[in-house]
Design a protein around this ligand. Structure first.
Ligand SMILES: Cc1ncc(C[n+]2csc(CCOP(=O)(O)OP(=O)(O)O)c2C)c(N)n1
Length: 319
C-alpha cells in the first residue's frame, strides 16, 4: 500500500475541507435557531473519516456515531438531502424526522449515525458477518469514540468479529473526551489498542494526520478484503469544541483547548500539499471557494424545502 496519488491527495484535501466548512456552517445555522435538537461537530477530527473512506467502494459500509457528519460526507452523502434532514425538512434523508444523529444513505453504504453510544459497533459487525456469509467482498467500517469502548457491545462485537474473521475495521477516534470525562476517569488503559489484545485483533495507534491514517487504513481494509479478519485503528484525534454545540466546556482548561486546536489536521495537510507542490495557493483558494458555493446551495435548498405535514407523521413507522 503506497502513498496516495496526487489526484487522490487533492480529493482527500477537498473532502477534509468540505467536512470542516460544512460543520462551521452548521454551527452558524444551529446558533441562529434554524436547526433544532442537538448538534455534535467533529471539527479537528476530519482526517480520520477521509483517511478511511479513501479506501472504500460505494458498496462498502460505514456505521458511525452522534459525531458522524464527517463520515457521511467522506462516504459521499448528498449534501442537499443531508442538509434538508438537519433542518427537519421533508426532502431530507429520513423525511426530516431524524436530524443529525440518524443520517443514513443505504444506497451509499452509510448505515447511519447513532445516538446510542457504541450501538453502531454491533450493527456494523452484523453487516460484516452478512458480507462474509454472502461472499460479497464488502468491507465494513465501524467508527466510534474512546468512550464507546467501555460499552459491552464493543467487546461482544470484537470477540465475534475475531472468532469469525470478519471483514471489518474498527476505527476509534480517540479525542480524549467522552462528554465531560477524560479517558483516565473511565478507562484503565492509556490506549484503545490495548483493548483489542484480548481478542487477538491487530491494533495500531496513529496521529491525527491524514496520510498516516490513510496508510494504516489501507492495510486494514486490504486485510479485511483478503479474508484475514478485523483490525482496530486508534486515531489520536482532537475535539476542538464542546461535546455538543453550546457546551461551555467548564470541565476543560483553556490550555487543553488551545493544544487541540494547534494540532490542525486540515492546515497541516494543506501545508504539506503546498510544500510538495501538489497544490498551489490559487488551487487551495479555488477548492475552498467552490466548497463555499456548494454548501451555500445546500443550505438554501434546505431553507426553501417544506416541513413534513403532521398527517405524514406515522408514515414509515411499523407498530
Ligand atoms: C448508551 C449510552 N450511554 C450514554 C450516552 C450519553 N452520551 C452521549 S455521547 C457520550 C460520550 C461519548 O464519547 P465517545 O464515545 O468518546 O465519543 P465522542 O463524543 O468523543 O465523539 C455519552 C456518554 C448515550 N448517548 N448512550
Amino acid at each position: 500500500m503506497g502513498k496516495p496519488t496526487k489526484e487522490k491527495m487533492i480529493e482527500m484535501y477537498r473532502v477534509m475541507a468540505k467536512i470542516r466548512k460544512t460543520e462551521q456552517k452548521l454551527m452558524e445555522v444551529f446558533s441562529n435557531g434554524e436547526i433544532l435538537g442537538f448538534l455534535h461537530v467533529s471539527i479537528g477530527q476530519e482526517a480520520a473519516p477521509v483517511g478511511i473512506c479513501s479506501h472504500l467502494n460505494e458498496a462498502d459500509y460505514i456505521a458511525t456515531t452522534h459525531r458522524g457528519h464527517g463520515h457521511a460526507i467522506a462516504k459521499g452523502i448528498d449534501l442537499k438531502m443531508a442538509m434538508a434532514e438537519l433542518f427537519g425538512k421533508k426532502a431530507g434523508y429520513c423525511l426530516g424526522r431524524s436530524g443529525s444523529m440518524h443520517l443514513a444513505d443505504k444506497s451509499r453504504g452509510i448505515m447511519g449515525a447513532n445516538g446510542i453510544v457504541g450501538a453502531g459497533i454491533p450493527i456494523a459487525t452484523g453487516a460484516a458477518f452478512a458480507a462474509k456469509y454472502k461472499k460479497t467482498d464488502q468491507v465494513v467500517v465501524a467508527t466510534f469514540g474512546e468512550g464507546a469502548t467501555g460499552e459491552g457491545a464493543f467487546h461482544e462485537a470484537l470477540n465475534f468479529a475475531a472468532i469469525k474473521k470478519l471483514p471489518i475495521v474498527y476505527l476509534c477516534e480517540n479525542n480524549g473526551w467522552a462528554e465531560f470525562s477524560p479517558m483516565s476517569i473511565h478507562a484503565p488503559v492509556q490506549s484503545v489498542t490495548q483493548r483489542a489484545l484480548g481478542y487477538d485483533i491487530p491494533a495500531v495507534s496513529v496521529e491525527n494526520e491524514v496520510l498516516e491514517i490513510y496508510e494504516a487504513a489501507g492495510k486494514a481494509v486490504e486485510r479485511a478484503r483478503n479474508g484475514e479478519g478485523p483490525t482496530l485503528i486508534e486515531v489520536r484525534s482532537e475535539r476542538w469544541y464542546g461535546h455538543y454545540v453550546g457546551d461551555a466546556q467548564k470541565y476543560r482548561d483553556k490550555e487543553n483547548v488551545a493544544q487541540a486546536m494547534a494540532k490542525d489536521c486540515l492546515l497541516n495537510f494543506e501545508k504539506d500539499l503546498l510544500q510538495s507542490k501538489v497544490l498551489k495557493k490559487q488551487d487551495i483558494e479555488k477548492i475552498n471557494a467552490d466548497l463555499d458555493t456548494e454548501i451555500e446551495a445546500a443550505v438554501s435548498f434546505a431553507r426553501e424545502c417544506p416541513y413534513p405535514e403532521a398527517s405524514e407523521m406515522m408514515e414509515g413507522l411499523y407498530l
